[in-house]
Ligand binder design. Structure first.
Ligand code: FES
Length: 113
């Protein structure tokens, strides 16, 4: 299915600091693109499932982000809040090309919570 999706360029991976994020305005709303300490890149809607906190301003650790508002921990890979909390924010497909350009598909999906 994703081969039929329009991928949009959202900048260079090197422009996002390790354990950091940048935000992208999209027709779906603001998307947060994260880069982990290991160099992986993930994209989630920039709102915490608890009370819409800006996840892009949270602390990135391993493959998770801690929300800056109330400290819930969200998986960057699935968008799910860590137990015992429940809730999920949509994730979006993201790729990094050999040219270092991050490409985002505006196809949000929810993990099964
Ligand atoms: S808004 Fe994220 S933990 Fe409350």
């Amino acid at each position: 299915m994703l081969d039929r999706v329009n991928w949009i360029d959202v900048g260079l991976v090197e422009d996002i600091p390790a354990r950091g994020a940048r935000t992208i305005a999209t027709p779906l709303g603001e998307v947060a693109v994260f880069r982990t300490g290991a160099g992986e890149v993930f994209a989630l809607m920039n709102r915490c499932p608890h009370a819409n906190g800006p996840l892009s301003e949270g602390i990135v650790h391993d493959r998770h982000v801690t929300c800056p508002l109330h400290g819930r921990v969200i998986s960057l890979a699935t968008g799910r809040m860590r137990d015992p909390d429940t809730g999920c924010t949509p994730t979006l497909p993201v790729q990094v090309g050999e040219d270092g350009v991050i490409r985002l598909a505006l196809v949000p999906s929810f993990a099964n919570a």
